[in-house]
Design a protein around this ligand. Structure first.
Ligand code: HEM
Length: 143
């Protein structure tokens, strides 16, 4: 005798759920400005680094960089190349971004996602961390 089963829901990978969260975040036109506000509040050393930055341009560059951090987690080669360029500009010979600032960058991003994504849960915020950390480590390792 056969039981009629409900079709199995197609399971979403954590990368899919992070991409969907990021799409919801980007519905907030102030998402990237809010990120830099949070980031500057994490340490008095951070705000001054952006005092001469064209923030409209920076927001666009950050938007693409987050896409690459996500795609890096899937082994995407173009994303890896993009992160290598960011690693070069941030290394000790260039912007000299201190490795200890990266956890503050991650915290600021988590704070901003928490505010901007109505679907943010503790699990989703942890998934963001899982997906982005390898790409962040890839950048920091090249300091
Ligand atoms: C994984 C984390 C990060 C990503 C994805 C990221 C991404 C970027 C991108 C795409 C740019 C513009 C292009 C470039 O210069 O390469 C940039 C510039 C910059 N980033 Fe980062 N960044 C990260 C972490 C940090 C941290 C922790 C700091 C520390 C304060 C920082 C400070 C800066 C500064 C000062 C600039 C130059 C701004 C200007 O042109 O005036 N970044 N970042």
């Amino acid at each position: 005798m056969f039981t009629l089963l409900e079709p199995m829901p197609v399971s979403m990978t954590i990368v899919d759920s992070v991409r969907e969260s990021y799409a919801r975040c980007r519905q907030n036109p102030d998402f990237f400005d809010a990120f830099y506000d949070h980031f500057a509040r994490k340490s008095s050393e951070i705000g001054p680094l952006f005092s001469n930055t064209d923030m409209q341009k920076q927001n666009e560059l950050l938007s693409d960089a987050i896409d690459s951090l996500i795609s890096f987690s899937e082994g995407d080669v173009a994303a890896r190349r993009h992160l290598d360029e960011i690693a070069l500009s941030h290394d000790r010979e260039h912007l000299n971004i201190k490795p200890e600032w990266y956890p503050l960058w991650m915290e600021a991003l988590r704070d901003t996602i928490h505010e901007s994504d109505p679907g943010a849960t503790t699990q989703l915020l942890a998934d963001w961390n899982t997906v982005l950390q390898p790409g962040v480590n890839h950048i920091v390792q090249q300091h």
